[in-house]
Design a protein around this ligand. Structure first.
Ligand code: CP
Ligand code: NVA
Length: 305
């Protein structure tokens, strides 16, 4: 059976752990695994990308495979060809498809017609590869995952919030989401996260008070207040978000030894200050590096190698 990775809960807790363990091994011995030898992977981008594009391209090469990086806006998909027809054709050429697109329904349509694994490289709703890298980074810094408290501050309805909810509770984290009014996570994502948390002894808490949200937290995470595609959505994405900025005062309320993550790109002075991003609690550069290792592990899992 073809396994896709469209959202974080497509991996069971055991599968997520196996991917993270393999990612650690990949990181320790970077070029030792070549499960993609003789295989090709299409990586298609309908939105901008630096980290995801580079880390997949380098990672696929390191695994012995051929990466094919495509600007989705130049494909026939960008004209009139349907997603399903595109998917049928891709399945005849490549061994996996990595896609960054808009609505989650688009990648679900791609997967529904695909004979090869489809991996979500970011949609409006989820960014599951990023959260795998976040989990690898948290485990490196704290030595464990289950039982830690992670607080996300910002747009509770964006891809990072949703993926941290699902991926975080899968790892047994206590996930707190603090957001301004009108930016709550999607109800069905919250429900799915709560259900999964019941199995893993993680938990989900949604708050409107950023101070209460960070009290005693082991990990603080933030993200852009305006995600790609939301630039003209008519919402005030500045004033209501200001109290949620990750700065030294807020970080001071977290647990001793707390770390700070940001998927990047960062908007310095907005959702996070220079002092925090460049300070001792920041793990963002390791987090960015770990995209490479964890995606190599994920691809190995997806192709069954
Ligand atoms: N974090 C992340 O996905 O970065 P890019 O948009 O640069 O790929
Ligand atoms: N939430 C951000 C993440 C960028 C990697 C966006 O979708 O633009």
């Amino acid at each position: 059976m073809v396994r896709h990775f469209l959202r974080d809960d497509d991996l069971t807790a055991d599968e997520q752990l196996a991917v993270l363990d393999l990612a650690d091994r990949m990181k320790a011995d970077n070029l030792a695994f070549t499960p993609l030898a003789g295989r090709s992977v299409a990586t298609i981008f309908e939105k901008n990308s630096t980290r995801t594009r580079l880390s997949f391209e380098v990672g696929i090469s390191q695994l012995g495979g051929q990466p094919i990086v495509i600007d989705g806006r130049t494909m026939q998909l960008g004209r009139e060809e349907t997603i399903e027809d595109t998917s049928r054709v891709l399945s005849r050429y490549v061994d996996a498809v990595v896609w960054r697109t808009y609505a989650q329904a688009r990648i679900a349509a791609m997967a529904s017609a695909s004979r090869v694994p489809v991996i979500n490289a970011l949609t409006d709703e989820f960014h599951p590869c990023q959260v795998l890298a976040d989990l690898q980074t948290i485990r490196e810094r704290h030595g464990r995952l289950a039982g830690l408290t992670l607080t996300y501050l910002g747009d509770g309805a964006n891809n990072m919030a949703h993926s941290l909810l699902l991926g975080g509770v899968t790892a047994g984290l206590h996930v707190r989401v603090a957001h301004p009014e009108g930016f709550a996570p999607l109800p069905d994502v919250l429900l799915a996260a709560k259900k999964r948390a019941a199995d893993t002894e993680g938990s989900v808490t949604v708050l409107s008070d950023p101070h209460a949200a960070v009290d005693g937290a082991d990990v603080l995470v933030t993200d852009s207040w305006t995600s790609m595609g939301q630039e003209n959505d008519g919402k005030d994405r500045i004033a209501p978000f200001r109290p949620f900025q990750v700065n030294e005062a807020l970080l001071g309320r977290a647990a001793p030894g707390a770390i700070v993550l940001h998927c990047l790109p960062a908007h310095r002075g907005w959702e996070i200050t220079d002092e925090v991003l460049d300070g001792p609690a920041s793990a963002v550069w390791d987090e960015a590096e770990n995209r490479l290792h964890v995606q190599k592990a994920l691809l190995s899992w997806a192709v069954g190698a």
